[in-house]
Design a protein around this ligand. Structure first.
Ligand code: NAP
Ligand code: G4F
Length: 338
């Protein structure tokens, strides 16, 4: 039986990856930082049998002493390093924490593997935020990077750390350059989950409008379950490498909002401009969406679009959920929750 460690297992991707690895027969271990509630986050969505089969190690990725111990004693076949300060917006207000968690946390794991567990295959959660102010469209593994946030810069350092350890010490260390992927387990502060929640609230008679930032930003949004499987496929490949996972299609935040209202059979019309723009229900005249400048970022990634040809050709990976299916899934989950 293969043995894998997942850092960031309580997050969105940690849930889908642990479910996938348990499903294909792995002995799955999770690395979780302590919080006062001893909360397991998204792992609560696993069933009891899945939870019983998990082994938890309590630790923070910035503490190299516990990272060394877990890696040395665990002798894992695979380590999936997903733990990060992953919210771009928070990286502008907490840049130091973002660098510490995302750079030092990654260095701690690759170095522990180099010192104590050379056979371990390592996956790093890199990101399309590396492309930031895009230098070519669509973006693939050869596109130059231009990060636009402390988060993007920290992940760029992580990406190169992984590549450098791979080349310098002949270790199996791969980067997944994943474009945005979403689900009903997405953190509530990310725009897709925030929209889905607000639309469900309004569809059920709520009156508080969705307060949002940049409606024009475009993202290449896929379903997180597909991307978790892709992480595993990256580590099953014959050699370590870097792979883009994306859908090859992008949509604006505005399109996501419109599609979400369509799911609950509500129409929205847009009036006004700039920060005065609002989205209105044409039947009632009620405001459904308004702009709140607090959600604009000091520097924005205006548009990203991935080319996943390499992953398709070498790994046989492809996304399985379309944009309308993804929005429907997220809005319906919120309708059931609220
Ligand atoms: P997420 O839901 O925000 O999960 C982040 C995880 O990291 C949580 O389990 C969190 O634990 C853990 N963590 C944060 N700081 C930690 C620390 N100091 N020590 C230990 N654990 C820590 O993120 P996600 O959406 O699942 O994304 C997974 C990874 O992929 C992240 O590295 C993210 O940057 C990257 N990524 C995500 C996307 C995307 O679209 N989702 C795209 C590209 C790359 P708590 O539960 O305690 O907070
Ligand atoms: O949902 P977001 O916060 O995701 P973002 O910034 O694209 O980052 C996510 O995807 C990355 C992959 O490219 C990951 F690496 C990263 O960890 C994270 O998972 O914002 C998406 C877009 C942005 O352009 C933002 O300015 O939506 C825009 N937006 C507009 N109004 C908003 C809002 N974003 C948030 N979070 N909240 C708003 O009210």
């Amino acid at each position: 039986m293969k043995k894998a460690l997942i850092t960031g297992i309580t997050g969105q991707d940690g849930f889908f990856l642990s479910r996938w690895l348990l499903g294909v027969g792995y002995d799955v271990h999770g690395f979780i930082r302590r919080n006062s509630a001893a909360s397991l986050g998204n792992l609560h969505a696993l069933n009891q049998d899945e939870l019983d089969r998990l082994t938890i190690h309590w630790g923070d990725v910035t503490d190299h002493t516990i990272v060394d111990t877990v890696v040395r004693e665990g002798q894992f076949d695979e380590v999936y390093h997903l733990a990060a300060q992953s919210f771009v917006s928070a990286s502008f207000t907490n840049p130091s924490l973002t660098y510490k968690t995302n750079i030092e946390g990654t260095l701690n794991f690759v170095n522990a593997i180099k010192e104590y567990s050379k056979h371990t295959r390592f996956y790093f959660a890199a990101t399309s935020e590396l492309y930031g102010k895009v230098q070519q469209t669509p973006q693939d593994e050869r596109t130059p990077f231009y990060p636009r946030s402390p988060y993007g810069v920290s992940k760029l350092a992580g990406f190169w750390t992984v590549k450098n350890y791979r080349e310098a010490y002949q270790l199996f260390m791969s980067n997944g350059i994943l474009f945005n992927h979403e689900s009903e387990h997405r953190g509530k502060e990310f725009v897709t989950r925030k929209i889905a929640q607000a639309v469900a609230h309004l569809a059920k008679g709520g009156t508080e409008p969705l307060l949002i930032g940049n409606l024009e930003a475009k993202r290449d949004w896929g379903f997180a379950g597909d991307y978790a499987k892709g992480m595993w496929m990256i580590l099953q490949h014959g050699f370590a490498d870097d792979f883009v996972l994306a859908t090859g299609e992008n949509h604006s935040v505005r399109e996501f909002v419109t599609e979400a209202f369509r799911v609950v059979q509500m129409e929205i019309v847009w009036q006004g401009e700039g920060t005065q723009e609002i989205g209105v229900n044409p039947k009632t005249g009620n405001t459904l969406v308004a702009i709140d400048p607090q959600y604009f970022r000091p520097a924005e990634v205006d548009t990203i679009l991935g080319n996943y040809t390499k992953a398709k050709t070498l790994l046989g990976w492809h996304p399985s959920v379309t944009f309308p299916e993804l929005v429907k899934r997220m809005v319906e989950a919120e309708m059931e929750r609220s």
